[in-house]
Design a protein around this ligand. Structure first.
Ligand code: COA
Length: 158
């Protein structure tokens, strides 16, 4: 039964690659709910002026925006995925994984060899399951414990 429910959920899930200018209000609303309201991150830290030059992923469930992430190319060999957020009401159902997979496929399609995330420590296992490995020690970012994790280009597991 749980598998059937997940299948039904995924058939209503739509993932989009968007520019910030085309989805600014939706992205800001999602990130405000998750980072500002839930995690108490300062808006100026979240909205750091880099959104305009980033590529964004949006997840919709039954036409409702429920998750997002952004991708920035740091150079022609390394991209960074950040601002990964799923509304608390929709977690634990594979939405975050689907957003990350869409972001990874997008980076891979640009022939960029490596992806970096600065992962909140609590999300380490989430990124490990997507093939990311820890680099270095825990550090503080936006008032929370983080680790750098990296993923070299290789096929995504199902
Ligand atoms: N700790 C450990 N494992 C986790 C996890 C966590 N916090 N969140 C997800 N996972 C695991 C799931 O158990 C699942 O494992 P499985 O494939 O073996 O079943 C897998 O990762 C995928 O989980 P999924 O359901 O796709 O994750 P989600 O939709 O709940 O989204 C986050 C995960 C982290 C994006 C979501 O919890 C979130 O938005 N948190 C608040 C913002 C945040 O912390 N963002 C990360 C910033 S680095």
């Amino acid at each position: 039964m749980p598998n059937l429910m997940i299948e039904t959920l995924m058939s209503h899930l739509i993932l989009q690659v968007v520019k910030f200018a085309d989805a600014k209000e939706v992205i800001q609303s999602l990130r405000s709910k998750v980072f500002q309201v839930e995690q108490k991150v300062e808006p100026t830290i979240d909205f750091d002026g880099l959104d305009e030059t980033a590529t964004h992923i949006l997840a919709y469930y039954a036409s409702e925006p429920i998750g997002t992430a952004r991708i920035r190319n740091l150079n022609n060999k390394l991209a960074k995925i950040e601002r990964v957020a799923v509304l608390s009401t929709h977690r634990g159902q594979g939405i975050g994984k689907a957003i990350m997979k869409a972001a990874i496929v997008y980076v891979d399609s640009q022939n960029i060899a490596e992806i970096k995330v600065n992962a909140q420590l609590h999300a380490k296992a989430f990124y490990q399951k997507l093939g990311f490995e820890q680099r270095g020690d825990v550090f503080n970012e936006a008032g929370m414990a983080h680790i750098e994790m990296r993923r070299s280009k290789h096929p995504l597991a199902e």
